[in-house]
Ligand binder design. Structure first.
Ligand code: EPZ
Length: 419
């Protein structure tokens, strides 16, 4: 069956309020972490995303009992003794690599297929494997299979990451939380999702400090118990809706967000000329006048401008006055939206890690294709600001990171249908 598509009739100003869901990039490592506590955890504010459902399938395949009530997922990992993540599940979601540290921490061995690269580039895991080896894990790689066995843990390990990898930081935290010994991670990722994972683990009894800074210290404990935990808001989903407001010269109140995670995003939208008003768990954005170009947007590890927001901001800047430059410093190939935006009339020159965007007065609806999650979201944003109808195919990419994006946008005036 031809996969479903989104039909968007652009040109309507969005106004109203949207409640943002729990963060995809936090719920995935937290679901993996439930393996470490041999009991019941209730995770609230879980987004209904295909990636989250994939993580739940992996947990079930490892012997966990899972139930879902609205946005609460309850995991009982008392009898979880699995140590294999199937090839199918690994290919379904490459970020399943975050299960490696959790499975090893729980049962002491793990076999999974090398996570394929993805649309964004090779997505190596050398930092993950190097760190786990430093923690005594024996890892052999053959025919695309990673075969890992926990060995004697060092009394203390001091690991410096050559780059602040989110996934590597998470895998080290997951492997070090349950067990013995002190693990220091230097040049650790500082993303809010790291602090959220630490928050869950600490509530389960883990001893972790420094989360949110570049130096994390984890003291292994002999046992972790289940707990109740609420996933942080999705800052990338929030930024996506800010982009929708900006490109349609609309006004949106975003609820259930954490502005303190979003300073670098908010400042880019302010530079575009939007009124951005954060307070408590809300952000009000008003874009009553045409968007102005932004001289340079650079993606950086947190707290710099997040790479996941880059395609969305690119879409907005295509319909701005003037020339903007985007420098993508995190991933090798993250301008996948550019050729599709060009079909809608955008003027973008993307070369290596730099994209130059000449703002145009109008975008025009066209049949376009999502090639990765955030590039797909960028096409939705552009379509909302385009004249005429846009048809987006391959929207399964979008469903990985947005819970029925068409519902939220319809509620604030967008003409968007899934067919
Ligand atoms: C996480 O991916 C997110 N995914 C990504 O979000 C996000 O873009 C990325 O962090 C950066 O913020 C999840 O959390 C599930 P990294 P991750 O390890 O952990 C290189 C989305 O759209 N690297 O920080 O894979 C790597 O190639 C997704 O929601 C190595 O070279 O990101 C990349 O260039 C996309 N060796 C850079 O580091 C390694 O061992 C950042 O990767 C690990 C990473």
């Amino acid at each position: 069956m031809e996969s479903s598509r989104l039909l968007i009739e652009g040109g309507r100003r969005l106004t109203g309020e949207i409640t943002v869901h729990g963060a995809k990039n936090s719920v995935l490592p937290i679901l993996a972490a439930t393996l470490l506590c041999g009991g019941v955890s209730s995770i609230h504010n879980c987004p209904g995303l295909s990636d989250a459902f994939a993580a739940m399938r992996i947990l079930r395949s490892l012997g966990c009992e899972i139930s879902r009530e609205g946005s609460t997922v309850t995991v009982n990992s008392a009898d979880a003794d699995g140590d294999v993540v199937s090839d199918g599940l690994m290919h379904e979601m490459r970020s399943s690599i975050v299960f490696l540290g959790a499975i090893l921490g729980r049962v002491g061995r793990c076999q999974l297929s090398f996570p394929g690269g993805c649309e964004l580039g090779p997505r190596p895991i050398d930092l993950h494997l190097e760190a786990l080896r430093r923690l005594g894990v024996k890892i052999t790689e053959y025919h695309g299979i990673l075969d890992c066995t926990a060995g004697v843990r060092p009394a203390s390990a001091d690991i410096t990451l050559s780059l602040p990898s989110v996934g590597a930081t998470e895998n080290i935290m997951l492997y070090s939380a349950l067990g013995s010994g002190e693990t220091v991670i230097r040049n650790a990722a500082r993303e809010p999702e790291i602090s959220d994972l630490a928050g869950y683990l600490i509530k389960c009894g883990a001893e972790i400090s420094g989360q949110g800074t570049s130096t994390l210290v984890i003291n292994g404990v002999p046992e972790l118990h289940g707990c109740e935990y609420s996933v942080m808001p999705d800052r990338i989903e929030a930024a996506t809706y800010m982009g929708a407001a900006a490109i349609t010269n609309g006004e949106l109140m975003l609820k259930g967000v954490r502005p303190s995670d979003m300073y670098s995003c908010m400042s880019v939208f302010s530079e575009m000329g939007c009124g951005v008003y954060p307070y408590d768990d809300k952000i009000f954005i008003s874009a009553r006048k045409p968007i102005s170009a932004v001289r340079t947007v650079r993606t950086m590890p947190y707290p710099g401008f997040p790479t996941d927001c880059q395609p969305i901001v690119m879409a907005v800047l295509t319909k701005s006055t003037g020339t903007s430059v985007i420098v993508e410093n995190i991933f090798e190939n993250r301008f996948m939206a550019a050729p599709e935006l060009a079909r809608m009339g955008a003027n973008i020159k993307a070369e290596g890690k730099v994209a130059v965007i000449e703002g145009v007065k109008k975008l025009y609806g066209a049949p376009v294709r999502a090639y990765d999650l955030r590039a797909g979201a960028a096409l939705v944003v552009a379509a909302l600001g385009a004249e005429g109808q846009t048809q987006i195919s391959n929207i399964h990419y979008i469903d990985r990171g947005y819970e029925s994006i068409e519902t939220a946008l319809s509620e604030v005036g967008a003409n968007i249908k899934r067919v």
